[in-house]
Design a protein around this ligand. Structure first.
Ligand code: AMP
Length: 287
C-alpha cells in the first residue's frame, strides 16, 4: 500500500493505472477509521482494481463552534486498518495543499443542503461537496463509496454528480452498527459511559418507528412524536431534529407513502449523533 501526501504523487499512481484500463474505487474519510469506513474500503476493493482512501479532516465542513480541533485523529492506526482492509493507496493531504492561500471555488447543492442537518450546521454541506468534488477530480475515481449513516450527505453527493455530470458512480452502503445497535461513528469516542448506554435509544426508537409503519401507521406526526418521547426518557439526550422525509427529495412528509427516510440528530451531553432508518409503507391489499 502506498501513501500519497501530494496531488502529484497520487496522480503518478492513479493515472498510469487508469491508462491501462484499471478501475479506481474511492472512499473519502476524515480518518479515525472504524468498521463503517472499513466496510466501504472492502466493497471498493471488491468492485474495483485499485482502492484509494482519502484521510482528510476537512476544515470547511466544520462550523466555528464545532469540533474541528478536537476531532479524533490517528494516522498510524488508519494506515494499518486501511491496509488490512484492502486499500492500495492512501491520500493524506494537508489543509494547505487542499486549500492553498487564495482558494476561492466552492460547490453547493442548494436545495438539499438547508434541511435536516443543514439547518443547524450552516455551510456544512457546502464544505462537504466542495472537498468531495475536489477529491473526485484528484483521484479520477470510477466508483465512490458513501455510507447510508450520513443519508443526507449521500443524497447531496448523488445530486451533485448528476447536476455537474461528474464521471463517477456513487454506491451507498448500509450502516454498520455495534452489537447493541448504536451506529458506529468516529464521534462515539466523545461519549461518556452513561451517554453511550443512553445513545442506544436512537436505534431502538427508529426500529420501533419502522414497526409502527409496518403495522399500518401513516401519520408522520405520530411516528415522530413516539420517537421523541422515547428519546426524551434518557437523561443526557436533547433532540436536534426527528423527521420523516422523502428518500429522494428530503422533503418532509405528512403522511407516509412508499419508501420513507426517518432521520434524526440528537445531542447526548455535548456530542451530537445522527442516525436513520428506511421504512416502506406497503399498499393496503383490498380483497
Ligand atoms: P467520515 O469519516 O465520518 O466523513 O465518514 C466517511 C464515510 O464513511 C462516509 O461516507 C460515511 O457515511 C461513512 N460511514 C461513517 N460511519 C459509518 C457507518 N457506521 N456505517 C457505514 N458507513 C459509515
Amino acid at each position: 500500500m502506498k501513501i500519497a501526501r501530494t496531488i502529484a504523487a497520487l496522480r503518478k499512481l492513479v493515472i498510469p493505472a487508469k491508462k491501462k484500463g484499471k478501475t479506481i474505487g474511492f472512499v473519502a474519510t476524515m480518518g479515525y477509521l472504524h468498521e463503517g469506513h472499513l466496510s466501504l474500503i472492502r466493497q471498493a476493493k471488491k468492485d474495483c482494481d485499485i482502492c484509494v482512501v482519502s484521510i482528510f479532516v476537512n476544515p470547511f465542513q466544520f462550523g466555528p463552534r464545532e469540533d474541528f480541533q478536537r476531532y479524533p485523529r490517528d494516522i498510524k492506526r488508519d494506515v494499518c486498518l486501511s491496509k488490512s482492509s484492502g486499500a492500495d493507496i492512501i491520500f493524506y493531504p494537508s489543509a494547505r495543499l487542499m486549500y492553498p492561500s487564495g482558494y476561492s471555488t466552492f460547490v453547493e447543492v442548494k436545495e438539499f443542503s438547508e434541511v435536516l442537518c443543514g439547518r443547524g450546521r450552516e455551510g456544512h454541506f457546502k464544505g462537504v461537496t466542495t472537498v468531495v468534488a475536489k477529491l473526485f477530480n484528484i483521484t479520477a475515481a470510477n466508483i465512490s463509496y458513501f455510507g447510508q449513516k450520513d443519508a443526507q450527505q449521500a443524497v447531496i453527493i448523488q445530486k451533485m454528480v448528476r447536476d455537474l455530470n461528474m464521471p463517477v458512480k456513487i454506491k451507498v452502503m448500509p450502516i454498520i452498527r455495534e452489537n447493541n445497535g448504536l451506529a458506529i461513528s468516529s464521534r462515539n469516542v466523545y461519549l461518556s459511559p452513561e451517554e453511550r448506554k443512553e445513545a442506544v435509544i436512537l436505534w431502538q426508537s427508529l426500529r420501533i418507528a419502522k414497526r409502527m409503519i409496518k403495522k399500518g401507521k401513516r401519520s408522520s406526526w405520530e411516528i415522530i412524536s413516539s420517537i421523541k418521547k422515547l428519546i426524551l426518557t434518557k437523561k443526557t439526550a436533547k433532540i436536534d431534529y426527528v423527521e420523516c422525509v422523502d428518500m429522494q427529495t428530503l422533503k418532509p412528509l405528512k403522511r407516509i407513502k412508499g419508501k420513507v427516510l426517518i432521520a434524526l440528530a440528537v445531542w447526548l451531553g455535548k456530542t451530537r449523533l445522527i442516525d436513520n432508518i428506511i421504512a416502506k409503507a406497503q399498499k393496503k391489499i383490498v380483497r
